[in-house]
Design a protein around this ligand. Structure first.
Ligand code: NAD
Length: 353
């Protein structure tokens, strides 16, 4: 598909994944508008595009009156990534906040329909998969899309809201013909990531030379951490190919145990400390790995980055861009909260108004 001149909206476009998606869409020549209230997104992730590449930025809250309507005006494809979301420490400990996504998504999809947006591309999550399937770390389990079904058992209010949004989009397609696709992201990591997600937390602990080095849970949890550029390429491909509200997994099939990732972080950073397990802290499911067969078949997509190389890149970025004293001062709070260091105001740049 030729993206040149296509009018796209990225909600939550100042976020880790959102801003990386904006980079890719700008690169392809799309006319990009961002709406973000900067509750966890960062201005520094997008300000270059806003200043130099004609990207429109609405610093607004999609839950406020008329903001969703204003955001989708004249938009052809809407990538909906705005969410009250964070890593394990956040979603386990902030259920009511995550329940706000039910309203956010509902308001946004209704606005898209009324405005005649051609297609909605939704950032869903591996958290829609039933918890009861994911309890045995030794089982070689790959979550294929058909495993989401009765009896539903999503992961926290966060996962239930993602599931409800997918279902809403399916209803909008069958009842109104509104095109959409839901992309189920699995534990994304990479540059611009946040400490409330496991990989960045592991790196941050090494960065501040934490000793003993704390690991939440028993360290046996299995994940398929997926590099952000792969998530972005899959999301764009899904936007190009799928119309019928299908949900598709975007995740690698590489299985990594938390303690093995910790060891790699220690080896690469040279910070060899005593590991201290904290089983009382939020750990999430014991075994969560995607089956990406559907994405391979329908999108012709597969992840390009293996975990080890992506991890080393992410470590390089973190060590290059962060200040040790600042991280040490805020790390404990960042593990369970989603706000980031305050960004400056963006005066004098284009807005969609
Ligand atoms: N990071 C992951 O591992 C992961 C995994 C699965 C799904 N996702 C989904 O991907 C999307 C992006 O996540 P992320 O990790 O890049 O970071 P994130 O959670 O920081 O992104 C959310 C963005 O939405 C903005 N936002 C929140 N509420 C808003 C509102 N009411 N109005 C306007 N903007 C609002 C935030 O400021 C932020 O920029 C989210 O929808 C998230 O649920 C992420």
């Amino acid at each position: 598909m030729n993206w040149n001149g296509v009018h796209v909206l990225v909600t939550g476009g100042a976020s880790f994944i959102g801003s990386t998606l904006v980079d890719a869409l700008v690169e392809r020549g799309a006319k990009v508008r961002i709406v973000d209230n900067l509750s966890s997104g960062k201005l520094e992730n997008i300000e270059g595009h806003v200043r130099d590449r004609g990207v429109e930025f609405l610093e607004e809250d999609l839950l406020d009156d008329n903001v969703a309507e204003k955001s989708v005006r004249n938009i052809e494809i809407a990538f909906h990534l705005a969410a009250d979301h964070g890593g394990r420490g956040y979603v386990d400990l902030h259920q009511a906040a995550c329940a706000g996504n039910l309203a956010l998504d509902g308001i946004f999809f209704r606005a898209c329909r009324h405005a005649g947006v051609d297609k909605v591309v939704y950032a869903s999550s591996g958290c829609v998969y039933p918890n009861f399937l994911q309890t045995q770390p030794d089982e070689i389990l790959y979550l294929s899309e058909d495993k989401v079904g009765p009896p539903y058992d999503a992961d926290n209010m966060y996962g239930w809201a993602k599931l409800m949004a997918e279902m809403t989009l399916r209803s909008y397609y069958s009842d109104f013909g509104m095109k959409s696709v839901s992309c189920r992201y699995f534990t994304v990591y990479g540059e611009r990531g946040h400490e409330n997600h496991a990989v960045i937390a592991m790196i941050a602990r090494a960065f501040i030379k934490q000793d003993p080095y704390i690991v939440w849970g028993n360290g046996q949890q299995i994940r398929n951490w997926t590099y952000v550029q792969d998530i972005v390429s899959g999301t764009i491909r899904a936007a190009e190919v799928i119309d019928d509200a299908t949900a598709v997994n975007l995740g690698t099939m590489e299985r990594t145990r938390v303690l093995d990732a910790v060891r790699d972080v220690m080896d690469y950073t040279g910070h060899h400390a005593t590991v201290e397990l904290h089983p009382e802290m939020p750990t999430g499911p014991m075994n969560r790995v995607a089956d990406n067969t559907l994405a391979c078949k329908r999108l012709g997509w597969e992840p390009k980055m293996n975990f080890r190389d992506g991890l080393h890149r992410t470590i390089d970025w973190y060590f290059r861009t962060k200040k040790r004293e600042e991280v040490a001062a805020v790390l404990n709070r960042m593990l369970t909260e989603r706000d980031s260091v305050a960004s400056g105001s963006l005066e004098g740049v284009a807005s969609a108004d």
